[in-house]
Design a protein around this ligand. Structure first.
Ligand code: ATP
Length: 484
């Protein structure tokens, strides 16, 4: 079979190059040097189109769209330079098979991408198989949600490219598991994957954790220690909660990202590191940049490509799948219950501020107390069944709240707390009484903040404030005095 290939690039040499590269395979290569010629060429049918993103009279994305609508079976590969990687990702989302970066440094890789694209129907299944196995090995479950499927497809393509990826999404949407997936499917899979939570450690500890230190760099530095960047050499480093990194850490991170070199604390000699960076955040980095709390230069370095995980409330079709997965995980084997339609409907109408983490925790709690063979609405926690039922039975459209519901606070705090506690060092013990005492202090602070807020709303009028807080003026005065 003779494959017909269309190459669209304004550099004549590129067209000549592909003709030279592909003719020995007896492929028929047609070259177009601009959009007009490409559109003329679209009158013929092709098995594959290799399209440059930047063209004098149009752009590759527009051509790709037109080609997809005229010849849906024609595969496409996008050619891009470093500055246009973002558009290449958009092309993959539009259904392009892959993107290749110019200048071409590895001809065998180029040939391999082309032959994979030409054999897509068979290769597609293999890639999917591989993707599925890796998904299972990192514990990433997904259901029929089209948005997740597309995101994972793009993640899988990008995983192989070594580009820096910024993973965004609300707390508990699976940023951490997605980072594991990207590493596990990348060419670095057999090298280390190390993660550091930029919000969990005080600045000086984070700095020595990331960059290491030389002997004598500070009191207590009795030995030289490698930082996590060095330990992740040739592997992947996952910078979680990047929005929480201090300014000085941001400056140092930027230096490593720009130069590929770091200095240990107290060190003089730059150390070269080859690390693929994945970063994650649930913070509004644009807002942090506006407030000058996040550096723009670091932001643009990190978000070469952004993958945004949808909140669970926007992928309700996955709820059944995820719930069943967590039931299998948390219930004893042979005693995994089924989920009643009523309970499922409630889960689908709840808005899941803590996303998949909240769903997983809920199932774990049910598993601890319930030995029914069917999960019914009464087995669900009250806060979920009440909210779910209201929006479910009244069939109200799910309107995104303009103001944050208090459940979001708890879900976000639980997320932070889980990450923080996972990152803590228990080597020298843990002072639980001190910890609990501080926690009580937090309760006092929260109470005062809420009282102040309600008094502000009530313009200082205690009875109104008490009404807002569903308490009595007397109790309010008492709390205000007592908890100071
Ligand atoms: N697609 C998924 N399949 C199975 N489990 C998942 C999935 N996504 C998330 N989880 C589970 O939900 C919990 C939270 O996931 P993860 O830590 O990746 O979220 P996150 O977005 O990084 O949260 P945070 O912003 O709070 O750090 C974990 O227990 C994880 O195993």
């Amino acid at each position: 079979m003779t494959f017909r290939i269309l190459v669209v690039d304004d550099e004549i040499e590129i067209g000549e190059f592909f003709t030279f590269l592909l003719e020995p395979y007896h492929y028929k290569v047609t070259v177009a040097v601009n959009g007009a010629q490409a559109r003329e060429a679209f009158k013929e049918s092709y098995h594959l189109a290799i399209i440059d993103l930047k063209l004098p009279d149009t752009d590759g994305i527009t051509l790709l769209r037109e080609l997809k609508s005229l010849q849906p079976d024609c595969e496409s590969i996008i050619m891009t330079g470093y500055s246009t990687v973002k558009s290449a990702v958009e092309a993959i989302q539009l259904g392009a098979f892959d993107y290749i970066e110019k200048p071409f440094s590895d001809l065998s890789e180029l040939e391999s991408v082309i032959s994979q694209a030409l054999n897509r129907s068979t290769v597609k299944n293999e890639t999917f198989e591989q993707g599925n196995q890796v998904l299972a090995s990192v514990g990433l479950v997904t259901g029929p949600s089209e948005e997740m499927r597309r995101l994972l497809l793009v993640a899988e393509k990008l995983a192989k490219k070594d580009v820096t990826i910024l993973i965004r999404g609300e707390t508990g949407t699976g940023k951490d598991v997605l980072a594991h997936f990207i590493h596990a499917i990348s060419s670095r899979a057999d090298k280390p994957f190390l993660a550091v939570n930029c919000g969990a450690l005080p600045e000086n500890l984070l700095e020595s954790e990331l960059f290491g230190y030389e002997k004598g760099a500070f009191t207590g530095a009795s030995n030289q220690k490698k930082g996590i960047f060095e330990l992740a050499h040739r592997g992947t480093l996952f910078l979680d909660e990047i929005g929480d990194a201090s300014n000085s850490i941001q400056v140092k991170l930027l230096r490593v990202l720009e130069t590929g070199e770091l200095l240990r604390l107290g060190g003089q000699k730059p150390i070269h590191v080859d690390v693929r960076i994945l970063a994650a955040t649930n913070a509004n980095l644009e807002e942090l940049m506006r407030l000058k709390r996040f550096r723009e230069d670091l932001f643009y370095r990190l978000e070469v490509v952004t993958l945004t995980l949808p909140p669970l409330r926007d992928r309700k079709e996955d709820i059944l799948f995820l719930t069943e997965h967590f039931m299998v995980r948390h219930f004893p084997p042979g005693r995994v219950p089924s989920l009643s339609t009523e309970a499922l409907n409630i889960l689908k109408s709840y808005n899941w501020p803590g996303n998949i983490r909240e769903l997983a925790n809920m199932i774990a709690k049910i598993a601890a107390v319930c030995d029914s063979t069917v999960i019914l609405p009464e087995h669900l926690p009250l806060n979920i069944s009440k909210k779910g039922l209201i929006s479910g039975t009244e069939r109200q459209p799910q309107i995104e709240p303009q103001v944050k519901p208090v459940e979001n606070l708890f879900a976000e705090m639980e997320g932070k707390l889980t990450n923080f506690i996972e990152a803590m060092n228990f080597d020298s013990g843990f002072d639980l009484p001190w910890f609990l005492e501080n926690f009580k202090q937090m309760e006092i602070t929260a109470t005062q903040l809420i009282i102040e807020r309600s008094l502000k709303e009530a313009k200082g009028h205690y009875p109104t404030a008490a009404e807002i807080l569903k308490t009595t003026p007397r109790a309010l005065r008492y709390l205000k005095k007592e908890k100071h």
